[in-house]
Design a binder for this molecule. Structure first.
Ligand SMILES: Cc1cc2nc3c(=O)[nH]c(=O)nc-3n(C[C@H](O)[C@H](O)[C@H](O)COP(=O)(O)OP(=O)(O)OC[C@H]3O[C@@H](n4cnc5c(N)ncnc54)[C@H](O)[C@@H]3O)c2cc1C
Length: 695
């Protein structure tokens, strides 16, 4: 930033107030299931979750005349409202003041492989519409005096398609979408968590017909259980942040994978997740990307006795190489196995992992410049790699200390940690490498519909990304997905469903109520906290960014054994207020087994390191080197090109998982789509029908 920005403006970008939402007043009736009376609400489409993706879907549905109800576990919970980084990124079309090429953008989105071609193109084309919609609603995207949105380059982005409103971009997106939802009078249940999807056979096809939820505001009666009947349902319940111990998600992100798995919905690319440096969930979960590392703070570790180690000097050959790679973590933020090679930036992540395994705490110190590296040369702003020096010069960031450079480039970054109790101007910041995003998830078609008809998935719960994604593509995918799901649902012109439910659905409800009853009544089952700790430790230790192939089958066997125990014995000693946790951890036991199933199959078939996972194998053909020679314990398998062209599909059968390979969806070349030829299919609604292609 070239001119000092007044504190009030900085505060408004970091401390984002959210609109208040009136109580939900949708009429309800009573449904008797066995001996229990449950409230029953009927709506057209139920949106599960109120993050950026769910609210977008709700607003777009309402605008198309659909009757919509949003049920959210926590109205302003989840990653969109509660997480961030130095500046959160939104990745869209439109670059370098020259416009964009949707085909090129689609290729960039799917460059890591395993992404359906049509979905990538849909996200590229849709980004213009959704970005403009957010601007229309008041999202304060920075622009130049001609009205062009300011942009920069982010990770996996060769061109510079990223933009941002600062560290709270996604929260600001939630803010403007929530305000719009309130303005439109959309009904929102603010503390209502869906615990089971309900489905029945309709005309010989099983389709979603509603959901069983626990509304915390009605906990006094039947633990808050209620039934919501709908003709369409949009899963927008986010990613599985609670799956890992080392996680930079905000607390209480359980995600929607388990709910979908239990309903027999097909999932895809579950082996693909993103990991990178950040501060821990136990303190203030935040990604340390961008300027936090571009100012090159001193990175050190500390042992239990308080002794400090300049540990990066063990790995890099010179001071210049060491600090330039710390800088590059700014835009090469996610870990990538190949960047561990040739003294690249992911050697920083590996070095952090080695320090953590030695029992040391790793910290960033913004008050000190880096200490000399292995060549003994003192840190100097005059001795940096060319890209690093140019960036700092261009940003007038050649001040003497990291904190001064940070204050110059991004004062918000300091403000943000101050707001959360950590003063970077006074003390070092502990951090580590964390799980940050699930790239896989519910398999969807090009309208975001899942394998269960009527049930859509948008945002992080949808497995649309493939192996890697440019930074900011997650928020874009959620916006475009919300829009596409709404368009498809509206095109069907469905009547409001009646209140009747068949025997199969009543059984689904009854079985779920029984799980809660049993957990409260018994003393001899599993303890929720123990199950949580076991799942999180296994996922971080065996399925983190460093994945030892030899350990994987054992980890899967243990995850299966735990899930079986959860299903057979259930939980015990559950207080009535904790009933909701029974379902969260049952679902995460399933999700953990599903993710490990996908990883084991991928690695078992010979799959190699890709995305943010290195598959460590003594028979691997690549080995990262530190300055003292090869780091033999971290020898890894390399990716095989053929694995980029297919997805692994995972489906729960009720007793285990079926895993299948599937080719990626392709699409007709957009250059063959012309106005006169295709106006008709749009006017008649043929474009929304399954199987339609532009001839
Ligand atoms: C630290 C961090 C930084 C990130 N930075 C970026 C970035 O710069 N750019 C980018 O594109 N992406 C980024 N991401 C990823 C991005 O933030 C998420 O993918 C995105 O916000 C997910 O939005 P969502 O609407 O799908 O889910 P969420 O925002 O997580 O919302 C989920 C909603 O579902 C509700 N919910 C959950 N379970 C249930 C249930 N069973 N019933 C009812 N409601 C339920 C929750 O209360 C919440 O309202 C980042 C993520 C993290 C953790």
């Amino acid at each position: 930033m070239t001119a000092p920005v007044p504190q009030t403006i900085l505060n408004a970008l970091t401390d984002v107030p959210m609109p208040s939402v009136p109580p939900c007043t949708v009429p309800e009736t009573v449904l008797r299931v066995g001996e229990v009376d449950l409230p029953l609400i009927t709506c057209g489409t139920l949106v599960v979750g109120s993050g950026a993706a769910g609210l977008r879907a709700a607003v777009e549905l309402h605008r198309r005349g659909e009757h919509v109800l949003v049920a959210s576990m926590a109205l302003y919970g989840g990653t969109s409202a509660c997480s961030g980084s130095d500046k959160q990124t939104l990745h869209t079309a439109g670059t370098s003041n020259r416009g964009d090429d949707f085909v090129a953008l689609a290729k960039a989105l799917g460059a890591g492989g395993c992404m359906d071609q049509d979905t990538a193109y849909v996200e590229a084309v849709g980004s213009l519409h959704t970005l403009a919609g957010l601007q229309y609603l008041g999202l304060p995207l920075p622009q130049d005096r001609f009205g062009a949105v300011l942009r920069y380059q982010t990770d996996h982005d060769e061109v510079g398609r990223a933009t941002s409103c600062g560290p709270r971009t996604s929260r600001l997106m939630v803010q403007v979408l929530a305000a719009e939802a309130v303005r439109l009078g959309i009904a929102l249940l603010k503390k209502c968590e869906v615990v089971r999807l309900l489905s029945e056979m309709v005309d010989g096809v099983e389709r979603v017909v509603g959901a069983l939820a626990i509304d915390q505001e009605r906990r006094a009666t039947n633990h808050g259980f209620m039934v919501i009947r709908c003709h369409s349902l949009v899963l927008a319940n986010g990613g599985p942040g609670e799956l890992y111990r080392d996680s930079v998600y905000p607390a209480h992100c359980y995600g929607g994978l388990g709910l979908a798995i239990e309903a027999g919905i097909t999932l895809t690319n579950l082996s693909e997740s993103q990991f990178g440096i950040g501060t821990r969930r136990t303190e203030f979960p935040w990604n340390l990307s961008g300027t936090y590392v571009q100012v090159m703070p001193y990175v050190f570790s500390r042992d239990a006795a308080g002794k400090e180690y300049n540990f990066l000097a063990e790995h890099y050959r010179t001071t210049r190489e060491m600090v330039s790679n710390v800088f590059r973590k700014g835009y090469q933020w996610p870990f990538h196995a190949t960047r561990m090679l040739d003294f690249g930036s992911s050697l920083v992540d590996l070095a952090i992992a080695i320090e953590s395994r030695r029992g040391r705490t790793v910290c960033l110190d913004f008050l000190r410049n880096p200490l000399p590296g292995a060549d003994g040369k003192p840190f100097s702003l005059a001795d940096l790699d060319d890209d690093v020096a140019a960036y700092l010069r261009n940003n007038d960031a050649l001040q003497g200390t990291p904190i001064e450079r940070l204050r110059r480039m991004n004062p918000l970054a300091i403000e943000l940690y101050r707001m959360h109790g950590h003063d970077l101007t006074r003390e070092p910041l502990p951090f580590n490498v964390n799980n940050q995003h699930m790239n896989g998830g519910v398999a969807v078609d090009l309208w975001n519909e899942s394998s269960l008809p009527g049930c859509f998935a948008v945002g992080e719960v949808a497995g649309t990304h493939g192996v890697t994604r440019p930074g900011g593509a997650a928020l874009n995918a959620g916006q475009v997905g919300g829009l596409r799901a709404a368009e498809q649902i509206a095109s069907r012109r469905q009547k409001m469903p009646g209140a009747e439910l068949d025997d199969a659905v009543r059984r689904q409800i009854g079985d779920t109520l029984a799980l809660a009853r049993a957990a409260i009544g018994r003393r001899d089952g599993l303890v929720i906290g123990t199950v949580r700790d076991e799942i999180q430790a296994r996922m971080s230790d065996s399925a983190g960014f460093l994945c030892e192939v030899a350990q994987l089958p054992g980890a899967l066997a243990d995850a299966t054994a735990l899930r079986r125990a959860v299903f057979a014995q259930g939980f015990a000693q559950v207080r009535p207020a904790q009933v909701i946790d029974v379902f969260r951890w049952r679902h995460l036991a399933l999700a953990s087994e599903a993710v490990l199933t996908a990883i084991v199959r991928y690695a078992g078939d010979g799959g190699g390191s890709r995305g943010a996972r290195a598959y460590l194998d003594p028979a691997g053909t690549s080995v990262p080197s530190g300055r003292n020679g090869p780091l033999a314990d971290y020898r890894f398998r390399v990716e095989r090109a053929e694995d980029r062209t297919r997805k692994l599909m995972v489906r729960w059968t009720g007793d285990g998982f079926i895993v299948e390979r599937q080719s990626l969806r392709t699409m007709e070349p957009p250059s063959g789509i012309f106005f006169e030829k295709n106006w008709g299919p749009f006017l008649t609604g043929a474009v929304y029908k399954p199987g339609f292609t532009h001839g």
